[in-house]
Design a protein around this ligand. Structure first.
Ligand code: CMP
Length: 143
């Protein structure tokens, strides 16, 4: 079973899209095992986006992600990383396929609503960055 770190970014929170995004993942059949509404510290933002340091959009990205609350989640399922990335759509909203979250709700690359881990290594790294082990609630479905 695979896990991924999903984060509704400040633009998604402020546009009232947390519920819509969670509904899509729930209806797909993914299992929620962690969630929290939080402000992102400079330190967390810089560690999370370390691979983008030095790129032209980096400073704006850090300002944006620390500028308002986000909703961070961990979702679990077989192939959950590929599944959620397919549902989220490409970074550039123009290239995101119709029916994806970014195609349906985003206009700009820098206001693209949601983050999803892009590989098993990054998912593991990001989950341990954003959540403590105690905040992850793993369970068997019985109902
Ligand atoms: P994400 O894929 O979650 O992680 C990197 C983020 O940088 C990306 O989403 C966008 O929000 C932001 N970004 C802003 N401008 C660009 C750009 N030109 N190319 C890629 N990412 C960008």
């Amino acid at each position: 079973m695979e896990r991924t770190l999903i984060m509704v970014k400040p633009d998604g929170v402020q546009r009232g899209l947390i519920g819509e995004i969670m509904t899509r993942f729930e209806k797909k059949g993914l299992q929620l095992v962690g969630a929290k509404f939080m402000l992102v510290s400079e330190e967390l933002a810089e560690t999370h986006y370390a691979e983008h340091k030095g790129k032209p959009f980096y400073e704006k990205l850090i300002t944006f992600i620390t500028g308002g609350p986000v909703f961070a989640m961990i979702w679990e399922a077989d192939n959950v990383i590929a599944l959620t990335r397919a549902m989220i759509g490409k970074t550039d909203a123009v290239e995101a396929a119709p029916g994806t979250i970014r195609s349906d709700y985003a206009v700009h690359t820098n206001l693209n609503l949601i983050h999803g881990s892009d590989s098993p290594d990054n998912a593991e790294r990001e989950i341990s960055l954003w959540f403590t082990p105690e905040e992850i609630v793993s369970y068997e479905r019985t109902l």
